[in-house]
Design a protein around this ligand. Sequence first.
Ligand SMILES: [Zn+2]
Length: 299
Amino acid sequence: MEKIMNINKILSFDIGGTKIAYAILDRNGNFLSDVIQHQTPAAPGAVDKILKSVVKRFDNQIDVVAVSTAGTVDTTNSFVTGSVGNMPKGYDQIKFTELSQKPVVVENDANSAVWAEYVLGNAKGCNNAILLTLGTGVGVGIIANSQLLTGKKGAAGEVHFPIRYDNHRLCGCGRYDCLEIYMSGQALGLEAKEVYKNDNVTSHTVIEGLKKNDLSAVTAFHNWQEMVKNGVVLFADIFDPEVILLGGSMAHFIDYKRLNDEANKLVVAPPFLLKEAAFKNNAGLIGAALLAVKKIESK
Ligand SMILES: [Zn+2]
């Protein structure tokens, strides 16, 4: 990778199972353009096509391409290595570094997002911070001793271990009863189906029901929130962070006061602060851009 002395414009992508977003940012994470969104296409190869056409359009205006992506990313920040169950077939074959003549830096979306929170958001000033994004799965970004923790294969924080043993709930990874399938945003909908005994209810039914103090909604939400609390306590005990941030649309409805009180009574080394993440949809774009600058300039 050639050394670039003045990185001022970063074309940043955030690629997930439902949408592909992109924007141009400066080196400090400020947006220089609007955020453009595409639906993630289902056809193999179609994602690659979108990326190529966007890069082609902006390549002569930018210094670096940054990619925040679903899935685990290798430690050279070049390609996706796995955990792409909700992405189109063939996604892990995309050669990101060939998208542009400029340097291309790829990072997992949760890692990108926690880096945005660490530099500019609600983990600013903390040397140890965890971001748990409660979506279809649970995205986990970890800052440990001021470093982004990736692990040997970029899979640090993947939470596919079983928390019960009666094959109750099938996880997206193909096994039963992983923590992820109980504390993800998706899990609130699954909890609702069980509590309401109705396959048509969703997490949104619960959120609407909470406003009317509906007993089933309150029960489903409480059960789910207890699982979120268990996950938070687990990460707090392993990493001893100053702060744990929750992201994803369902994270907005968490009772933070209650969970802070309860979780801090359970962890080995209180206190830590549980908070909602600062950045909503743009965390991946911001974090990937900031990380790309850091990676290239530290080479
Ligand atoms: Zn799993």
